[in-house]
Design a protein around this ligand. Structure first.
Ligand code: WT7
Length: 635
């Protein structure tokens, strides 16, 4: 069986088969990968506990699929093209053979530093090839990586390290993002004050900023690699992993205060990332593929590293930001490296669109054949701009809906196969069985309907557990509706049966494609000494999709309102990271609450959205007057 579907008739046929005989369908997909031993049982599952096991009995190492198996035919093909933050610096190309060798070398470094199969390793690095190498070296040795995005604060890192009891951290002295230098090692030092489990820190030289190296704990990446070279340890036999062994943990926000460690396992995740990459992007050998995400998010895990490399693709890694040195940078990168496939986020599209079409002048985008969007609903205006100005009307746009928990793309056009429709993620990939339910969990059938999006049958890339707390996984995803995986998203299915994701229906915000729990932001705001209480909601933001609006009860301010706002914003940056910083802070004398003390978020959301005329029933409020005050003070 071939991995790629190439016509809509084939899609319909394969989709039907995947629902009627899911195990046979996935057997065929999994057969296209390299296994040390094949599975005894394709699937065992129930969504009650939940217990989901794919390819039981199988043995594999994902890095053999991403590296070794390409060496014979494609050893000299570029695996990673790296474009630095500063366009005047040299770019780098790593062939499959070079990447393989560096991964083996670094796996030896990890081994020399005491890392064993099953250990948890925290990775906090800039977008340089060594980040991909670190990730793959963990997978090679069977260690579980937990990559933390470079924008998170010391406190957020510490929380994640403690939750997973990581024994080693891989970082860099610093990183470049646009005009900024990010002092990564200093942030790690601050985090590690709280983390006794961490025995070693490996530090890559990138920014040459001053760092303090703690004796016995901190070592330089380059020195460790030299040791391995002197020892002559240039190969590394890939650890044999069970299909259901953990591959990685990635933390993501939910409706409670603490991020959850989403766990993905070796076999199923590999199959799902590779299958979806090959199909959605219809990747052809030789094409240059550029995903603009950071490896600190699931998009980077699945569609910069594992998906593309498992398919022998050339994946472009970009260190910088879309607006540095100017808002034409993405187009320069496309032009310079003759990019064929561009996968980016609506927030980036909207931001670049706002700089005007002048930024496109003189950039050769003619190599582009396929475009992709991910992370949040894409509005029609941005979709059309992307289509016309970037794709010149001839590149299919794949609007890919998925989540950290799903491991890979779930609902999306298949490029050139599925008819696209602006702002629609269109149809489920074969193997994926979505359904819409009402408030009570009753399925809403037929077309031209909306409801809450659930999935009724397992797929290989799905979340297995939340690290260290299986009950949390059950309550967050499998307890809302019986026997269903609940996504947390609202969704419309139009007359053609096409799906359009309308956004979260829980207390989770999507700010610039990043998931932020309102409870998490509230906790951070409440840590400020002058704050008594707060409530955070989202509001429509032209560029970010959603902005963070905080209603804060703060009766005794130190200094004026503006200063206190800055202090509160700084507190959130310190506790979580700049991505969660409130865009608007409104001081209020109290929050609208029901008599039982529940904050009426519905009312706050409406006020934040600027819709003050129709607030619905406020008679159940403890103090209806507070609403008038909040309305009149709205920002
Ligand atoms: C949430 C997942 C999937 C990788 C990036 C985000 C929203 C994601 C789309 C899309 C509309 C989308 C959903 C989802 N989302 N893709 N194409 N259209 N909404 O991963 O941080 O796990 O967030 O992002 O609300 O639940 P994440």
């Amino acid at each position: 069986m071939s991995l790629k579907i190439s016509s809509f008739e084939e899609y319909e046929r394969v989709y039907k088969q995947s629902v009627e005989q899911p195990e046979q369908f996935w057997d065929g997909i999994a057969d296209t990968f390299l296994w040390k031993k094949k599975w005894d049982k394709t699937l065992e599952w129930n969504f009650k506990e939940p217990n989901v096991k794919w390819f039981q009995g199988a043995k594999l190492n994902i890095t053999e699929n991403c590296l070794d198996r390409h060496l014979e035919k494609s050893g000299d093909k570029p695996a990673i093209i790296w474009e630095p933050n500063d366009p005047n610096d040299d770019h780098r190309v790593l062939t499959y053979r070079q990447l393989h060798d560096k991964v083996c070398q670094f796996a030896n470094v990890l081994k020399n530093n005491g890392v064993k199969k099953g250990d948890r390793i925290c990775i906090y690095m800039p977008m340089v090839p060594e980040l991909a190498i670190a990730v793959l070296a963990c997978a090679r040795i069977g260690a579980i990586h937990s990559v933390v995005f470079g924008g998170f604060s010391a406190q957020s890192i510490a929380d994640r390290i403690l939750d997973a009891t990581c024994s080693l951290v891989i970082t860099a002295d610093g990183g470049f993002r646009g005009a900024k230098d990010i002092p990564l090692k200093t942030v790690i030092d601050d985090a590690l004050v709280q983390c006794p489990s961490v025995k070693k820190v490996i530090v890559l030289t990138r920014s040459r900023t001053a760092v303090s190296m703690i004796k016995g704990r901190d070592v330089w990446w380059e020195d460790e690699v030299k040791k391995v070279e002197t020892q002559g340890n240039l190969t590394f036999a890939a650890e044999e992993m069970d299909a259901e062994d953990m591959l990685f943990i990635l933390y993501t926000s939910g409706s409670t205060g603490k991020p959850k460690g989403v766990v993905h396992t070796c076999g199923g995740y590999m199959v799902y990332a590779g299958y979806t990459f090959a199909n959605v992007f219809q990747y052809n050998p030789g094409e240059v593929y550029f995903c603009t995400a950071d490896i600190g998010w699931i998009t980077g895990h699945s569609y910069i590293v594992y998906g593309p490399l498992s398919q022998g693709a050339t994946t472009l890694m970009f260190e910088g930001i879309p607006t540095y040195p100017d808002a034409g940078r993405f187009w320069d990168v496309v032009d310079k490296h003759k990019v064929n496939i561009l996968y980016t986020a609506p927030t980036a599209i909207r931001s670049l669109m706002s700089f005007g079409d002048d930024m496109l002048r003189g950039k050769d985008l003619s190599t582009l054949t396929k475009l992709g969007s991910v992370g949040e609903p894409i509005n029609e205006e941005a979709w059309h701009w992307f289509d016309e100005k970037i794709g010149h009307g001839h590149c299919p746009i794949v609007d890919t809906w998925w989540q950290t928990e799903t491991g890979g793309i779930m609902i999306s056009p298949i490029a050139g196969v599925t008819k696209t429709k602006p702002s629609f993620a269109t149809l489920p990939l074969p193997g994926i069985q979505p359904l819409l339910v009402d408030e009570n969990g009753k399925e809403i059938t037929g077309n031209g309907v909306s409801g809450n999006l659930c999935i009724k049958f397992p797929w290989p890339g799905m979340i297995r557990t939340t690290y260290g707390d299986h009950e949390r996984c059950r309550t967050a995803y499998f307890a809302t509706y019986e026997n269903l995986y609940f996504t947390g998203d609202g969704c419309l299915r139009d007359e053609d049966g096409y799906y359009r994701i309308t956004g979260r229906v829980d207390d989770v915000l999507n700010v610039s494609g990043h998931r932020i729990g309102t409870a998490e932001v509230e906790n951070a705001i409440n840590m400020h000494s002058s704050v008594v209480e707060s409530a955070v909601v989202g509001y429509p933001h032209d560029i970010k999709g959603q902005g963070v609006y905080a209603f804060v009860v703060c009766p005794e301010k130190h200094g004026d309102d503006e200063l206190t706002r800055k202090d509160i914003a700084m507190t959130v940056t310190r506790i979580i990271g700049a991505i969660a910083r409130p865009d608007k802070i409104q001081f209020v004398s109290g929050l609208p609450k029901t008599r039982s003390g529940k904050i009426m978020r519905r009312i706050l959301r409406k006020i934040a959205e600027g819709e003050t005329s129709n607030l619905g029933d406020t008679s159940t409020l403890l103090d209806p007057n507070v609403v008038e005050e909040i309305k009149s003070g709205a920002l």
